[in-house]
Design a binder for this molecule. Structure first.
Ligand SMILES: C[S@@+](CC[C@H](N)C(=O)[O-])C[C@H]1O[C@@H](n2cnc3c(N)ncnc32)[C@H](O)[C@@H]1O
Length: 298
């Protein structure tokens, strides 16, 4: 096989759009710049291991990175760049916490790692799959008032229990279950986004776009709502990582209700778009979420 022919097979047909590339550079450069000074410490313990003092360096670097981004990027690129740098900063701080912080804060670091990665990869996945629907909201940082409150509640529960009931936070094998659930959720959700490609939008569509095709292959052959399946288990996984008993129960109930209602509306719309094709799809493939049937047309 000649080289040109080979290249045709290995070159991806799709390129990352400009905003996607800007975000990737800002995210990766921020992570690297924040982590680089800590590498000698990781290997040789060259600098005194004082967790509190260690936080000032990254904070200062991040302030400098923000100034450079403000100076170099404009308009939408700036909005994308600053959010990506922020998520890169959280990612790097979380890695530092996992490496250097006292035991219980390693747990919070692991949670931070998954949170920052989830929000950044949501943007990157849309930039790759469906760039025409890409906005700064694709980071999902301002998803909803309830989402923000749920995150704040989990931080408050974690801090209160670290202070008042530290024994709650000692069950390490459960922590590992949370990590596995988060990885599973991430993989399933991002696989669904890439599979649905231009048919995947963060907001439910009530008017059919010309290029909106019914997707029934790949992960969609096993679940009608794989990205929600991924998100559901990921969200519970984050609370298992924090070993937050109240939020594990609350997140399970609230996420289930959220996806139950959302799937009902989404399927109403999908039946309108794809009629008997979607009905047949519903008959053959389950939603993938426990006890959720979706909108069934009698
Ligand atoms: C946030 S995405 C979620 C997709 C799907 N519910 C899932 O969990 O993977 C929402 C958009 O995907 C579209 N969608 C959902 N299932 C689809 C399918 N099987 N084929 C094509 N589009 C679909 C809906 O019309 C909606 O606008």
């Amino acid at each position: 096989m000649c080289i040109n022919h080979l290249q045709q097979h290995i070159t991806p047909s799709r390129k990352l759009c400009r905003e996607g590339r800007v975000s990737l550079v800002c995210y990766l450069v921020t992570i690297s710049l924040i982590l680089l000074p800590s590498i000698p410490q990781l290997y040789y313990g060259a600098v005194p291991n004082v967790w509190g003092a260690r936080m000032w360096g990254p904070a200062l670097y991040f302030a400098l990175i923000c100034m450079v981004i403000r100076f170099v990027l404009r308009d939408i690129d700036y909005q994308v760049g600053i959010r990506s740098a922020f998520l890169g900063f959280v990612e790097a701080i979380s890695i530092l916490a996992i490496c250097f912080a006292p035991e219980v804060w390693k747990q919070f670091g692991t949670y931070g790692l998954f949170m920052a990665f989830f929000h950044y990869s949501e943007f990157l996945a849309i930039a790759y799959c469906n760039p025409k629907s890409l906005t700064v909201d694709s980071f999902m940082l301002n998803h909803s008032w309830a989402y923000g409150m749920a995150a704040a509640a989990s931080w408050i529960e974690f801090v209160l229990e670290v202070q008042l009931l530290p024994s709650f936070k000692d069950i390490y094998y459960l922590w590992l279950v949370g990590v596995l659930l988060c990885i599973f959720g991430e993989v399933v959700r991002k696989t669904a986004m890439v599979t649905a490609s231009s048919s995947f939008t963060h907001l439910v569509q009530y008017e059919k776009a010309d290029d909106h095709k019914l997707i029934t292959h790949g992960v969609y052959a096993y679940s009608r709502h794989p990205s929600y399946v991924g998100w559901f288990w990921w969200s519970i996984g984050t609370q298992i990582i924090l070993l937050n008993p109240v939020c594990i129960i609350a997140y399970t109930i609230i996420s289930w209700k959220f996806f139950h209602d959302r799937i009902y509306c989404e399927e109403f719309s999908l039946l309108n778009f794809f009629r008997s094709d979607y009905k047949t799809y519903q008959q053959n493939v389950p939603t993938g979420l426990p006890f959720i049937k979706g909108f069934i047309l009698e």
